[in-house]
Design a protein around this ligand. Structure first.
Ligand SMILES: *Cc1c(COP(=O)(O)O)cnc(C)c1O
Length: 390
C-alpha cells in the first residue's frame, strides 16, 4: 500500500511523544518542497559527523546513483556534483563557473525560470542574448539556429526543461542538437523534471544539467546537484566568480576525499539516499513517470469536469505541474479558494504568469491518484461553498 495512504500516528518510544506524521501534514500539490514519504523523513533521525565513513559512503552512493538515473557514468565522461543550497544555487554555480569572462550566453526563455537564469548572468556581468517567447509558446530549434548563425560570439546556450511557470516541457533535444552542431556548451535547468521525465543525455548533447534534492526525487530541501560533462568541467578550474559556488573545487573535494568543502547538509543527504532507493524501487524514472502521469491525467480530467480550463493547450502541457485559469465568475477570489483548500489539508500553488490569472497544481511528490481524487472532491466542495459558477 502506498505510504501516503498509511496515515498512522507513530510514537517515538524513546521520547514518548508523537513525531511528525503524514497524517497531520497537509498534502503539497506544489512544485517543491513536496510531500515526502515517512521513511524519507525518518532517515533524518540521526546525527552523523561529516567525516563519518557511513556519511561519506552515502555521498558516494548518491553521486553514483544520480549518474545512473541520468543514464550516464564516469566512464562515459560525466561527473555529479552535490552543492549545498536550493536549486537556484546550483544554477548560479554553473552559470558563474562555466562561462568565462569572454563568454556570451544565449538564453532560451519562455517563463520565470528562464528569466531567472538571465538575472544570474546579469549579476555576474556575463554578456547575454535572450531568445524570449511568450509563456504559452514553445521555443523553436530553428530560432536558436538562426541566432547562433548570426552571432559567432555566443559560447553557451541555456534552456529550462520543464518550465515550472506553466508546466510546459521544452524540447531540449531539438535545441541541443542545434547547440552541439555549433559546438557551444549547453546548460539545462531540469530542476522540476529530473527523476520523473526521461532525459537522453547523449541525444540532447547536455553539458550541464541542474536539479535539486526536493523535486521529483522526493527528498527534502537542502542541496542542488549538477551533472556535468567532465571535459567541460575541467575547463572551469580557477574560473569561478565565487568561493562557495565553485563547482570545480566542489567536485575536486568530493572526488579526493568524499567530503564537502563546507558544512554538508548531512540530514538532507540521508533523506535523499533513502529517496533514491524508493525511486529505484518504484521503477526508476519510468516508474515515477507512470505515477505522475496518472496523477496528471486524473487531475486534468477532474478539473475539466468541474469546469476549469488549463492555461496551456494540451499538447504543450507536461505532467509535472499544471496551470489553471481563474474562473470568469467575479466571485472567485484566489486567496479565499487557497485558504479554504488549505484548511482541508490540500496545499495548491499560486500562478506565476505575467499576462494571465492562473493557479497551479502539482502532480509530483509522494502523492497518489487517490490523493488527487480527494483534492478534486475538496475543490468541488470549496467551489460550491464560494458559490462560483464555472
Ligand atoms: C524549482 C525550480 C527552480 C528553483 O529551485 P529553488 O530550489 O527554488 O531555488 C529553478 N528552475 C525550475 C525549473 C524550478 O522548477
Amino acid at each position: 500500500m502506498p505510504i501516503s495512504y498509511c496515515r498512522h500516528k507513530q510514537t517515538d518510544s524513546q521520547w514518548g511523544k508523537t513525531v511528525s506524521s503524514n497524517e497531520q501534514d497537509k498534502l503539497l500539490f506544489t512544485p517543491g518542497p513536496l510531500t515526502t514519504s515517512r521513511s524519507v523523513k525518518e532517515a533524518m533521525l540521526h546525527d552523523v559527523g561529516s567525516r563519518d565513513s557511513v556519511f561519506i559512503e552515502k555521498v558516494r552512493s548518491v553521486r553514483t546513483d544520480l549518474l545512473r538515473l541520468a543514464g550516464v557514468s564516469q566512464e562515459s565522461g560525466y561527473e555529479s556534483i552535490l552543492l549545498q543550497g536550493a536549486g537556484t544555487y546550483g544554477l548560479e554555480a554553473v552559470v558563474s563557473c562555466a562561462i568565462p569572462k569572454t563568454g556570451h550566453l544565449l538564453l532560451v526563455i519562455n517563463g520565470a525560470y528562464g528569466h531567472r537564469l538571465k538575472k544570474i548572468a546579469d549579476i555576474h556581468q556575463i554578456r547575454t542574448t535572450g531568445l524570449v517567447y511568450q509563456e504559452n509558446e514553445t521555443p523553436q530549434a530553428e530560432d536558436v539556429k538562426s541566432v547562433l548563425d548570426k552571432d559567432g560570439s555566443i559560447t553557451h546556450v541555456s534552456i529550462v526543461h520543464c518550465e515550472t511557470t506553466t508546466g510546459m516541457f521544452n524540447d531540449i533535444e531539438a535545441v541541443g542538437r542545434v547547440v552541439a552542431g555549433f559546438q557551444k556548451e549547453y546548460i539545462v535547468d531540469a530542476m522540476s523534471s529530473f527523476g520523473a521525465v526521461p532525459i537522453d543525455f547523449a541525444a540532447c548533447h547536455i553539458d550541464y544539467l541542474v536539479s535539486s534534492s526536493n523535486k521529483c526525487i522526493e527528498g527534502v530541501p537542502g542541496f542542488s546537484f549538477i551533472i556535468a560533462r567532465r571535459s567541460c568541467l575541467l575547463k572551469t578550474k580557477g574560473q569561478s566568480r565565487t568561493l562557495s559556488l565553485d563547482i570545480f573545487d566542489q567536485w575536486e573535494g568530493l572526488e579526493q576525499n568524499g567530503q564537502f568543502r563546507f558544512t554538508p547538509p548531512t540530514h538532507t543527504i540521508s533523506a535523499f539516499h533513502q529517496a533514491v532507493a524508493e525511486l529505484l524501487e518504484e521503477g526508476g524514472v519510468t516508474g515515477r513517470a507512470r505515477r505522475y502521469k496518472e496523477n496528471y491525467a486524473l487531475l486534468v480530467q477532474g478539473m475539466r469536469t468541474l469546469g476549469f480550463r488549463e492555461y496551456l493547450e494540451a499538447p504543450k502541457q507536461g505532467y509535472i505541474i499544471s496551470s489553471f485559469l481563474y474562473p470568469a465568475d467575479p466571485k472567485f477570489d484566489f486567496d479565499d479558494f487557497y485558504n479554504r483548500l488549505n484548511g482541508q489539508g490540500f496545499v495548491i500553488y499560486p500562478g506565476k504568469l505575467s499576462h494571465a490569472d492562473c493557479f497551479r497544481i502539482g502532480n509530483i511528490g509522494k502523492i497518489y491518484p487517490q490523493d488527487i481524487g480527494n483534492l478534486l472532491k475538496a475543490i468541488e466542495s470549496v467551489i460550491e461553498k464560494m458559490n462560483i459558477t464555472l
